[in-house]
Design a protein around this ligand. Sequence first.
Ligand code: DAH
Length: 344
Amino acid sequence: MLEQLKDIHRQAVEELDGVADAKALELWRVRYLGKKSSLTGALRSLAALPLEERRDVGARANEIKRDLESRLEEKERFLQQSLLTSPLASQGIDVTLPGRPIPTGRLHPITQTLNEICCVFRNMGFQTIEGPDVEWDYYNFEALNIPQHHPARDRFATLWIDAGAGAKARLLRTHTSPMQIRWMERERPPIRVIAPGRVYRYEATDATHESMFCNVEGLAVDRSITLADLKGTLFEFCRCLFGEERQVRFRCDYFPFVEPGVEVAISCAACDGAGCRVCGYSGWVETAGAGMVHPDVLRRVDIDPQTYSGFAFGVGVERISMLRHGIDDIRLFYSNDLRFLRQF
Ligand code: DAH
């Protein structure tokens, strides 16, 4: 019996030497340590042996079992290790070399400013909505109290998609104000939304004008909303973006879709109000047009102006970004000069 055990041990050790992968190792384990292995069989048949022999054989069999188990463990470790190192060695990979840097992109400065603006209004309870860049004449003009031949159309040098078809004509929206109408057509007060987006004008470009730029439209409609709510909201907005030191100025202005209308300017951050190129030497930078939603606009979307009132505003995003970063030419944003863009 002892001889037999010795043979099993020798054979097992020999065979283990030749094992080269995890699958073969598992077969080996089943064969020599499994329930049906000859070693387990020998241990099981101990009961039939005379007491003297039982002690010797039992002790030896257990010794062999422990030895094979520890060899199994060692082999397992070895195989795992070589799984990691062998491809590296054979392909000549040096894992200690530093990796190649992966170039990561970044957000465009206007996208960053847009996100910040939306975040400020979101914190004041405004929901963000979006609408089409290609717009109907009806939403861009008619429904905003700017009918055909209204002089206010001159204010918006329009890029037409198909001109001459009245309210059904399509154009590239000249402002984000059409989103006021689109939203009020489907929602009832209380309304608090902002609509960021691109707008287009048929205009020659210069340091302060682009033919495509970004607006954020704001609209709040509810019972007893007053001009004070508009002022409070825009004051808070300017403070959040430019800090406590900036002064905010409200002056009368005219937009057909609001009454009264105002123009909002903040004291120039570049020169602290002294006058510089950024503010056109006036000390103030216009940042928004705003006002109380015109009763006719409310009526057109079936909101009763006797019960409800609202304020609206439109913020120029590039202006804000220029002020925040001291940029004095709007064309830099869209000329794709990486030396400029990489600074943000
Ligand atoms: N849409 C106007 C523009 O682009 C700006 C504006 C003025 C928006 C007054 C408003 C507003 O919502 O109430 O010139």
